[in-house]
Design a protein around this ligand. Structure first.
Ligand code: ADP
Ligand code: ZN
Length: 193
């Protein structure tokens, strides 16, 4: 019988534990003596370039790749488990590539932010959710009220960012917080008729 692959997507807001879950699954595969490769986008320079690092500082080796093409080139022929961290930063062509790998019998595990700070589907995430065999959606804890948080609040100079604030604000201090539905602050502009 043909090898049965699968596509698992771990998603949620910032601080939800996506990297922890990805590392946990990668380690389990290693204990099972599977050949594992972990990739991350080269633009994610959070903490360390050659590793996936969680907010608590747990880390695992990862190969930084500039895009989907570089990821495909770096894939070894005997790899059985492919893990992709911060998958929301890849372009949409990642969806077809990951489906193809799973169809070929590989175990594909990817993790990423399902929503951007405006609560819109982040890059390829909506399509990946549709294509996945298994979706693991995690929640963080709201920093305002302590309840489960599904959203990522962007903060600029201590205040909630507005819908139209530029993606890169030069010189401004910027951060992100996990917030629940009740504490998340963002006014969506009305659609013009
Ligand atoms: P993600 O990859 O989803 O951003 P990480 O796996 O890197 O998250 O980190 C998750 C860890 O961050 C949690 O286990 C917890 O120890 C810590 N943490 C810090 N702030 C929060 C928060 N607001 N809610 C939940 N966990 C938090
Ligand atoms: Zn809250």
């Amino acid at each position: 019988m043909k090898k049965l692959g699968q596509l698992t997507l771990v998603c949620g807001s910032m601080y939800a534990g996506k990297s922890e879950e990805l590392i946990r699954l990668a380690r389990r595969a290693l204990y099972a003596k599977k050949k594992v490769q972990v990739f991350k986008p080269a633009i994610d320079t959070r903490y360390d370039e050659q590793h996936v690092v969680t907010h608590m500082g747990v880390q695992h080796e990862a190969v930084p790749v500039k895009g989907v093409r570089e990821l495909c080139k770096a894939l070894k022929p005997d790899t059985e488990v492919v893990c992709v961290e911060e998958v929301q930063f890849f372009d949409k062509s990642i969806v077809e590539v990951l489906i193809e790998l799973a169809d070929k019998g590989m175990e594909v595990i990817c993790a990423g932010l399902d929503q951007d700070f405006r609560r819109q589907p982040f890059g390829p995430m909506a399509e990946l959710m549709a294509a996945a065999d298994q979706v693991v959606k995690l929640r963080a804890i709201c920093v305002q009220c302590g309840r489960p948080a599904s959203h990522t609040q962007r903060i600029i100079e201590g205040k909630p960012a507005k819908w139209d604030d530029p993606i890169v604000l030069i010189g401004a201090t910027e951060s992100y917080e996990a917030r629940c539905r009740a504490c998340y602050q963002m006014k969506k502009p009305k659609k013009k008729a």
